[in-house]
Design a protein. Structure first.
Length: 70
């Protein structure tokens, strides 16, 4: 993809297999303006919005695990 961008996908999980878990490593990566997600300089705000949506999914998976364990 881009020089300095690495995806590490070596996680063996005991559960939550529907949620892909990977590590993204960014080392001196330069991204062109045509590849930005959202507005320049507002990456942290974008991250927080994404995190909020993820919390809903994690809650739903936790309910499913609890139902399965009962």
């Amino acid at each position: 993809m881009w020089k300095g961008f690495t995806i590490v996908n070596q996680y063996e999980k005991m559960g939550l297999h529907a949620s892909d878990t990977t590590e993204l490593i960014l080392e001196n990566v330069k991204v062109g303006k045509d590849h930005l997600l959202g507005k320049e300089g507002e990456g942290f705000k974008q991250f927080l919005r994404t995190l909020d949506g993820g919390r809903i999914v994690i809650g739903a998976m936790a309910v499913g695990i609890a139902q399965g364990s009962l």
